[in-house]
Design a protein around this ligand. Sequence first.
Ligand SMILES: O=C(CO)COP(=O)(O)O
Length: 241
Amino acid sequence: MRKIVIAGNWKMYKTQAESLEFLQGFMSHLEETPQEREVVIAAPFTDLSILSKNLHNNRVLLSAQNIHWEQEGAYTGEISGSMLTEIGVRYVIVGHSERRQYFGETDETVNRRLKAAQRCGLTPILCVGESKEQRENGETESLIVTQLKKGLVDVDQQNLVIAYEPIWAIGTGDTCDSPEANRVIGLIRSQLNNPHVSIQYGGSVKPNNIDEIMAQPEIDGALVGGASLEPESFARIVNYK
Ligand SMILES: O=C(CO)COP(=O)(O)O
């Protein structure tokens, strides 16, 4: 069975006070959310601990946005897996295009982070996706196959979520057409050795397009940026029809 996983990626937004304010507005909407949908919030490191203390049941699971591959050491500015699991974090986003673009993330470092996450029991959400230029040059398929092949070396596909996030659709309002997202996600699935891996779509997911996206047979969830920052908007997304 493929799980439905709807995750909000808050990126570098929300102080602790703002994150608690979000919870106040958000939690009541979950009463109508079907139990089998997993709802995840990927918050900044500084918010995770206080969110964890204020989430008394497991209705919302927490995710980090990055993880270092070593268990501990002289790595100024980094966070290890055990620091995350100790405060109740369950997921971690790995290889987001913003980390690949601005912070030198490569398929090799992505692979190391994925394995580190799994070693300490976190479920990694591996992000893959092409730029506008790569799409226009007809490189979408080969790029994604390479990202998967290199990223997933020795990675356990029993404990993994993948997000297809075309870079040109992120933060632009220019959503990838649902049938096209469905097609690429089908291609991603064909590269895996476990048919039960959940594969999300990400890139300008909004309350007004989530129903159509989730109606696609290959799409098992969403990774939502901007529209996850407001309680009503993220609630409408997790409660898609
Ligand atoms: O990058 C994203 C989620 O990880 C998508 O961001 P937007 O939903 O703001 O386009």
